[in-house]
Design a protein. Structure first.
Length: 74
């Protein structure tokens, strides 16, 4: 695994010191878990924004709505 150096607030350091109390095997697992969750959250936000954009386009495009309705009814 690759190692990295970064700065943290004191509250983060205190949490990391107690990581085993929260079920993590070590400090690195806490950081990896947090980053994985952040990546997933960012992906979900992008997906949600994309869906909202498609919904806006669909709401304004009557031809697309007609096409979709005819496809569904077949």
């Amino acid at each position: 695994m690759v190692q990295a150096t970064f700065s943290l607030e004191e509250s983060h350091i205190e949490f990391l010191k107690e990581c085993k109390k929260y079920g993590f095997k070590d400090k690195s697992e806490v950081i990896r878990t947090a980053l994985d969750r952040l990546l997933k959250e960012i992906g979900n936000e992008r997906l949600r924004a994309s869906a909202e954009l498609y919904a806006e386009i669909y709401a304004k495009d009557e031809e697309l709505q007609d096409f979709t309705d005819s496809a569904v009814s077949e």
